[in-house]
Design a protein around this ligand. Structure first.
Ligand SMILES: *[C@@H]1O[C@H](CO)[C@@H](O)[C@H](O)[C@H]1NC(C)=O
Ligand SMILES: *[C@@H]1O[C@H](CO)[C@@H](O)[C@H](O)[C@H]1NC(C)=O
Ligand SMILES: *[C@@H]1O[C@H](CO)[C@@H](O)[C@H](O)[C@H]1NC(C)=O
Ligand SMILES: *[C@@H]1O[C@H](CO)[C@@H](O)[C@H](O)[C@H]1NC(C)=O
Ligand SMILES: *[C@@H]1O[C@H](CO)[C@@H](O)[C@H](O)[C@H]1NC(C)=O
Ligand SMILES: *[C@@H]1O[C@H](CO)[C@@H](O)[C@H](O)[C@H]1NC(C)=O
Ligand SMILES: *[C@@H]1O[C@H](CO)[C@@H](O)[C@H](O)[C@H]1NC(C)=O
Ligand SMILES: *[C@@H]1O[C@H](CO)[C@@H](O)[C@H](O)[C@H]1NC(C)=O
Ligand SMILES: *[C@@H]1O[C@H](CO)[C@@H](O)[C@H](O)[C@H]1NC(C)=O
Length: 206
């Protein structure tokens, strides 16, 4: 009994992996961002003006790709702007790895499908504009994770369900445009009460 009590902690120590092995695998960098955008590129099924086909090449830094902006401090992707590029495609879960993303504007394209829950990791988002695409599925309640969000444009898509009350967590929200979807019911009181909200609109829903 006494012997086993002494040996057991020793065995546990010997079975633990060395420090560092788990640390290095868990720190995202600009390579993480490059991979996320290459996966997005592979999910773009139609790019009539060949914006991504030639420009998004691994021979150039991801920070010089068209529509991509990096921050000077951390050398990570901070903004994506693909508005009005006539792109068709869907959003892969890998986009949730763009952990420094603050600005995401893809309005006036034809992105479709539902949004992957991994996007909830984008905690630095301040501006999100998905207007005039063909996204579908229930309005994700995990939008309540975007605590820095100031502007949210989802107008002209096919989102269904109700406007989630988790949006009431977005204390910095100023603009909320949800026109022309298939949403049911009013803006929840918790959202309408947000003290920074200046402009909200839900015309053209059920
Ligand atoms: C990013 O991190 C990986 C390991 O997690 C490393 O292999 C790679 O060289 C790093 N890339 C840059 C550009 O620092
Ligand atoms: C990609 O587009 C950017 C912005 O238009 C341009 O500065 C860059 O030279 C292009 N890169 C390639 C490889 O075509
Ligand atoms: C985003 O791209 C569009 C079209 O290329 C351009 O008109 C607009 O100024 C860009 N916005 C930002 C913030 O860079
Ligand atoms: C998006 O489409 C609307 C309506 O067609 C238009 O007013 C707006 O200028 C477009 N935005 C861009 C960046 O082309
Ligand atoms: C990024 O996200 C994808 C899918 O969510 C995941 O499989 C991948 O391992 C993640 N990490 C890196 C460093 O790319
Ligand atoms: C989306 O399109 C509608 C009508 O085509 C337009 O009124 C609206 O301004 C567009 N939204 C954005 C953010 O460009
Ligand atoms: C929404 O879905 C309907 C039925 O599937 C389709 O006819 C319509 O074009 C879609 N609208 C948008 C903006 O994707
Ligand atoms: C947001 O608020 C809801 C209550 O409306 C709460 O249950 C939830 O945990 C909060 N957090 C997030 C990240 O949505
Ligand atoms: C919203 O504000 C009204 C009026 O100030 C208050 O009566 C109500 O309880 C608030 N609702 C929520 C969900 O915060």
């Amino acid at each position: 009994m006494g012997k086993i009590g002494f040996l057991f902690p020793l065995m546990v120590l010997l079975l633990l992996p060395p420090f560092g092995a788990t640390l290095s695998a868990g720190s995202p960098n600009i390579s993480t961002d490059q991979l996320a955008l290459l996966v997005l590129k592979s999910h773009v099924t139609y790019d009539p003006r060949n914006f991504l086909a030639s420009n998004w090449s691994t021979s150039a830094s991801v920070c010089n790709w068209i529509g991509v902006t990096c921050g000077s401090r951390h050398q990570r992707v901070t903004a994506l702007n693909f508005s009005a590029m006539s792109l068709t495609g869907s959003f892969p879960p890998h986009l949730g790895n763009l952990s420094f993303l603050a600005w995401l504007d893809i309005h006036n394209n034809s992105f479709q499908g539902s949004l992957p829950i991994e996007l909830a990791n984008l905690r630095r988002l301040k501006y999100l504009n998905f207007a005039n695409n063909s996204f579908s599925g229930e309005f994700p309640s995990w939008f309540g994770s975007f605590t820095q969000l100031q502007s949210l444009y989802l107008d002209g898509n096919n989102f269904t369900g109700v406007i989630p009350s988790t949006l009431g967590n977005l204390s910095k929200l100023e603009i909320l445009i949800l026109d022309y979807n298939n949403l049911k019911g009013p803006i929840p009181a918790a959202v309408g009460n947000l003290s920074n909200l200046k402009w909200s609109s839900t015309v053209g829903n059920i």
